[in-house]
Design a binder for this molecule. Structure first.
Ligand SMILES: [Zn+2]
Ligand SMILES: [Zn+2]
Length: 225
């Protein structure tokens, strides 16, 4: 015998099946994100280029060895909502359009391999949202995207940690998997950059494996004004 709760839940599931998605910007049902809404969200912004060490303007006089971190938006409001839907709402289909737009806004840097920041071990998530974004960029740039990095150890999520705690990331926490492949320079991809610590550790893993990081591209930059 089904309870009222069961019926309501069943009705929700049917509705979810019929209209599984709605655009987070305009609310249109059946669309994960309208292209026009995505364009409206980032407006005419050319994006920002930041120093991988201090997230100040790039090139940086203090950190001449840093690589450029390109971001398209700041992390807040709708840009944050999109990341949350992609990451925690399992709306995998949001990744590619976001990446595609990033690829169109940032000039293709020539022959590179796009490598996403890896998911934490035991994160429980079904897919790596940064890989989905990398796939979108690879389509726009006509280059390869591959999951080549992995966390060495299981560590707790950084969500909710203060920037001070997040920075304490052992330098060898991430490692390169497999062959380095034709010496193509690496562009790191992530959804959000908060302190740059994860990108720096990922870059260290690329260098240890014998390649070089040409830069990083992220959807949103958080923690800076
Ligand atoms: Zn829309
Ligand atoms: Zn700097």
């Amino acid at each position: 015998m089904l309870t009222r709760f069961d019926w309501e839940r069943a009705a929700d599931l049917v509705l979810h099946f019929l209209w599984p998605l709605s655009c987070p910007v305009c609310g249109k049902l059946g669309s994960p994100l309208c292209r026009e809404c995505l364009l409206d969200l980032v407006g005419g912004e050319p994006g920002k280029i930041s120093c991988s060490e201090c997230l100040g303007p790039y090139p940086c006089t203090v950190h001449p060895g840093a690589f450029p971190v390109r971001s398209l938006t700041s992390f807040g409001g709708l840009s944050r909502e999109l990341v949350h839907r992609l990451k925690y709402g399992s709306q995998k289909c949001l990744g590619k359009p976001i990446g595609d737009l990033m690829g169109r806004r940032f000039q293709a840097p020539g022959r590179v391999i796009l490598v996403p920041v890896p998911l934490h071990r035991g994160s429980g998530r079904a897919f790596n949202q940064s890989m989905e974004i990398a796939r979108g960029i690879s389509r726009a740039w006509g280059c390869t995207a591959a999951e080549k990095l992995a966390w060495k150890t299981r560590r707790p999520s950084q969500v909710g940690l203060s920037p001070g705690l997040r920075r304490k990331l052992p330098q060898d926490s991430i490692t390169w998997k497999g062959a380095i492949g034709r010496g193509l320079p690496v562009i790191l991809v992530d959804d959000v950059c908060t302190t740059g610590a994860t990108l720096r550790v990922a870059a260290g893993a690329v260098m240890t494996a014998g390649s070089r990081v040409e830069g990083a591209v992220v959807w949103a930059l958080a923690g800076t004004s």
